[in-house]
Write a protein that binds this ligand. Structure first.
Ligand code: SAH
Length: 347
């Protein structure tokens, strides 16, 4: 299978059949072969630098009912919260002092915020921190709303496609949520001018190797600036409570593939990866990732933004989250940098 990794490295992609073959014949030796290349590729574009994004989980109200997610509307046991604008700004103040130059506002699809409420929060943050990038991750909206929010100063948008196979998408979501609309959103965001991030869960229920091959081909086609993947982890109050968790090895292998697929992409070693293995984020960086996203949310709400069980970093202060990751990265020879960490096109 090494020849497929060589081909991926040289041509930047594979056919669907080749991806399926590669994913079906993984082994520890093949992973090492891949990671040597993916690490080298990351090093070529980013040296040993790791970018940080301060994650502010500002609401866990959600109108959607994604079957995998702990903050789905149908979960009556979730304790709901919203941060006020002042609370959000105070997270940014803490984050700025700690060296964050990107803030990510993430939340459920919360109808309490109108487009102009969101625009107002964004323009306030941008006014206080003009040298910072602002990323939103608040789900599916109309093109016009995305445009308004962009004009208010948002730079980037994260919206995982979750799975590029429409039938599989239908098994993870209620009927009213469609892959078609998710894709419409992603292309709209790109056209408006956002740096766009997409991605998927590894080992989500009913996922096949073909699904993953389709995910990779979709990502190649969309050509996003950021790609976030992490293992599926069951949440006890969802219909998928008893489904198996995604595999660490498979997630790492896919990070390696993504690095060769889009060599200059911004790829985080996600919190979910750190949740299923105590060294998950370090392993993610060593597989080719180059971003970490420490939690900047107020400690009092962290446990409530529970997308899956046993989520890490819910008990520490922002400062501890950053310095913990700084030490972790240092221990494997990498350096957290104080930088917006924008996508850099090749030439
Ligand atoms: N409402 C926003 C943010 C969603 S939460 C949106 O729709 O984009 C961010 C990501 O967490 C999701 O895209 C999903 O891929 C991931 N996630 C949700 N539940 C999960 C679970 N049980 N295990 C692992 N990842 C999960």
């Amino acid at each position: 299978m090494k020849y497929l990794i060589d081909k991926l490295e040289v041509t930047g992609s594979l056919t669907k059949e080749e991806f399926v073959l590669l994913l079906n014949y993984t082994s520890p030796a093949l992973s090492e072969y891949l990671f040597e290349k993916s690490r080298k590729t990351a090093g070529k574009y980013f040296e040993n630098h790791v970018y940080t994004r301060g994650l502010i989980e500002f609401t866990n109200y959600c109108k959607n009912d994604c079957l995998y997610c702990g903050i789905r509307a149908g979960n009556r046991n979730a304790e709901r919260y919203r941060l006020s604008k002042d609370e959000i700004l105070s997270c940014c103040a803490d984050g700025y002092a700690l060296g964050f130059r990107t803030f990510v506002l993430q939340g459920g699809e919360d109808c309490a915020y109108s487009d102009s409420d969101i625009a107002d929060i964004i323009s306030d943050i941008k006014e206080h921190y003009p040298d910072c990038a602002l990323t939103l991750s608040i789900g599916e909206k109309e093109d016009e709303s995305y445009r308004l929010i962009y004009e208010a100063g948002a730079d980037r948008y994260l919206l995982r496609h979750e799975t590029a196979n429409a039938a599989h998408y239908g098994l993870l979501h209620p009927k009213r949520q469609t892959l078609e609309n998710r894709k419409r959103c992603l292309y709209a965001l790109k056209k408006i001018g956002y740096q766009v991030g997409t991605g998927f869960m590894v080992g989500s229920p009913f996922q096949t190797t073909e699904c993953l091959a389709e995910d990779l081909l979709f990502i190649k086609e969309l050509s996003p600036q950021m790609i976030g993947i992490g293992p599926f982890i069951p949440h006890h109050d969802t219909p998928f409570a008893h489904q198996a968790q995604g595999s660490l090895e498979r997630t790492l292998f896919l990070i390696g593939i993504l690095r060769l697929l889009i060599p200059n992409a911004l790829i985080p070693a996600t919190t979910a990866l750190g949740t299923i293995d105590p060294m998950g984020r370090e392993k993610g960086i060593l597989a080719g990732a180059n971003v970490v996203m420490p939690n900047l949310s107020p400690v009092k709400v962290r446990k409530k933004y529970e997308l899956y069980d046993n989520k890490i970093c819910t008990g520490e202060e922002a400062a501890e989250c950053r310095s913990c990751l700084q030490n972790r990265m240092k221990s494997i020879g990498y350096k957290l940098v104080v930088d917006r960490g924008d996508f850099q096109p090749i030439n």
